[in-house]
Design a protein around this ligand. Sequence first.
Ligand code: ADP
Ligand code: XUL
Length: 568
Amino acid sequence: MPLYLGLDSSTQSLTALLLEVDAPVPGDASGRPPRVVFEDSISFDDELPGYGTRHGVLPADDPAVAASPPLMWVEALDRMMSRLSASGIDLSRLAAISGSAQQHGSVYLNGHAAARLARLDASRPLAGQLGGVLSRPVAPIWMDASTSAECREISAAVGGAERLAQLTGSRAFERFTGPQIRKFFKHEPDAWAATDRVHLVSSFLASLLVGAHAPLDPGDASGMNLMDLATRRWLPEALDATAPGLAAKLPPIVPAKTPIGRLALYWRLRYGLPAARVVVWSGDNPSSLIGSGLVREGQVAVSLGTSDTVFGVMQAPRVDRSGTGHVFGAPTGDYMGLTCFRNGSLARERIRDQHGLDWEGFSAALRATPPGNLGALMLPWFEPEITPHVAQPGVHRLGLDRSEAARNVRAVVEAQMLAMASHSRWMGVDFDAIHATGGAAANRDILQIMADVFGVAVRRLQVGNSACLGAALRAYHAEMVAGLGDPPPDSGTHLADHRQGEPGEREGRYVGVDWDLIVQGIAEPTGEIVAPDPAAVEVYRDMAPRYAELERGYRSPDAPTGDFPAPC
Ligand code: ADP
Ligand code: XUL
């Protein structure tokens, strides 16, 4: 029974998840669904304290600056492989590996890197062998907000924020890699000149696995403000607007299903691992799409975490004209839309605490109040909001007194759901199923309002780390596709002809191994279906324009130049 390894290098930790699969062909009725047989996590702060990070980030004098040490990620990977080899699991069955990494972060390597990667010494730890190949000792990450000037310069050079968004999927954001590269080139020209290759976190870690410079997939490359979304190739005018000589320093972009090599000798000799296939890595959001079971247009996930996020599959690369949403490439070969709301659990907790409730009391308040809240409305912007752009925080109430506990509880949840429904409309997708995830998805009464506002059934996802699970499923999918070769003409419904994309080629939706079969039984929502109540759906249909009007009156009038570094 083959094993598939998913790795997830996030801001604060490295996680590994091993899937065991017994069906030779995905969806084969004789096989059980894939199972998780190993899961482990390394917290950077706790287990690698020598790097001095807090929550995975290096301390900085300027609060807008956020960077991490790349060698910490290297050491974590080395340590995780060591643990895996000591797990007692028969790893000779390991067929393929893929990974997920925090998006936007960049790693800068000099001209010695390729030779060093090709000749890693299995008798010595990895991190000690790589210090000499970094042309920049730190990697700026997605929490960095220090590049507003570069965002303005890049936008102006390509003809404005809207044009940049149309071409690349997002207007210029401080944390996106293009503005980060430009800042490095401007402030450290010598180090820029010594840089031979700029990797994202995903392609850097994949390079270690294969012992050679690895490519990027379109999902992660679309978080850079540098990729032409339509062709999935580097966009020359964006490259020119960012830094001189950039084209020669970037990895190629290959389809997300591409095997990029075999596990390098270092790993085989040091940890006794087999020559498993390594599949191009992706970003954590595209990986979560798969790990949340979102494989066709119409399915959407709502994550109710510290901040709330809506993301879903889009067949066409429609772009958010309001400038807050992002379009990334999806591992299925489609696209994904993502919108992030900062006042998520944070706002729910503030209202809960203001009225001295626990979560059970919060739920009871939702059950005790009617849909529509007798006309009351709230804008729960306890913190500056990303969507819509609100620079000055403020909580606004209409037809509602601050002291009314139950109606305030209902008002915060209704406002959040109305905002999510309204600000995901730019994706142009008719949602037919919502997969709910994140801590607050445990609350059935919140899910009922979600179902009623969106007018579709909601089901809860059971997966913990959807990005890591998505990486393992991507490895499984790519291995299946690679194993197909040229399928025989009568190869059955899910083994249709598949097209090998050329690097950078516009893929369209991959045909080959059906993604529905890959996620079946493992990344699917389970349990109760929270169905919309038709009467409540009507109430919210009438309420939506009133909410939108209230929001228009309070959001910041200026077009944002950047966003707030919130976890999404
Ligand atoms: P993160 O984004 O940090 O990963 P999680 O997805 O783990 O966050 O969600 C944690 C949040 O879930 C908590 O901050 C809490 O507000 C919320 N939460 C937990 N249980 C409930 C509940 N029963 N009802 C509503 N919210 C809840
Ligand atoms: C997405 C974003 C974060 C990072 C880190 O644009 O900045 O989700 O990928 O998780």
